[in-house]
Design a protein around this ligand. Sequence first.
Ligand code: MG
Length: 395
Amino acid sequence: MTDSAPLAALVVAAGRGTRLGGPVPKQYRRVAGRPVLTHTLEHLIRPALFDRVLVVIHPDDGAAFAEAAALLGRQIASCPGGASRQDSVRLGLEALAATGLPDHAIVLIHDAARPFASEAVLMRAVLAAQRHGAAIPVLPVPDTLAVLDEAGHLAGNPDRNSVRLVQTPQAFRLGPILAAHRCALAEGRTDFTDDAGLAAAYGQAVGSFAGDGALFKITREEDLERAERHLAPQAETRTGLGYDVHAFTEGDHVWLGGVAIPHTRKLLGHSDADPLLHALTDALLGTIGDGDIGQHFPPSDPRWKGAPSRLFLADAARRVAERGGRVVSVDCTVLAEAPKVGPHRAAMQALIGEVLGIPPERVGIKATTSEKLGFVGRSEGIAAMAVATVMFGGG
Ligand code: MG
């Protein structure tokens, strides 16, 4: 900030929200479980920008305001509003002046029903006030504008390039905007749709700065739904990795991907020693940072002796689901000289897909030899690698 003027935010929350209907004014309706006003105030106080935050409330809303403010964990000042928005703003400005704020203090006047003022918008408002004295956030009008006659017929098209949508917060110097409001009161003028219009009517130059689509006003039911969507966690994709090895021992079949495959030996392990399902289980656990298979199913636990490894996979899938994850796909590679995986691929895809709740085409099963190199190449054991892709959030 280039000048040291104190900064204040004045939140106008005294309206009845009649367009939304219902017994609760829109600023106290809930979005993501909290009143709209709580969201509005949180956005104002979080950047620690303002020396004062004052909320103008309806005299009947004391309890609702106290509840909304209590959720913020700090004291928020309020004062009673008047019969109209214009009255409420004036009373709020008078209350701010009464706290000793100087005339050159910058005050942002903001609608309680615009809950999502970003720090960037607030900074633009303050800078614009420093530069212009008074300033409004504006958005371009994307659509063609029409003027209709009384019969609803097209009577003309205003040039949309010269008009803007006006939002709040609107920024002013305290002294001049309070003086303008006092003049309007003295003259009985109530024809202003916002504070910038009032300021301009009493001779103040009003600049503009870039508004923000997220500053939308909650007026109708669908705006509450939009606010819910605005706060919904964004979908994110996470990837987990798994790797496992089991050595051969005497036997006549191996477990791979949940399928028993006849072979000249078996794999040694506490459970059924299925390296593919073990790698896949670790890959799933990797997407939620929840340890590994050995932590959840220790080889020292007799309960898991000879256990089918699909139980481990199902447990990892449950843990992922409990954290809100949805498995998108998994991909596995078996490293073995023998047995051949190809003839059993479809059965493995079906079984793993069933455990994970995904169609078989989202289960990749691949196999490679190790070209006679290393422990796999010497047929001392079988290794498996797996990745899991899991989506979280996003409704
Ligand atoms: Mg293992």
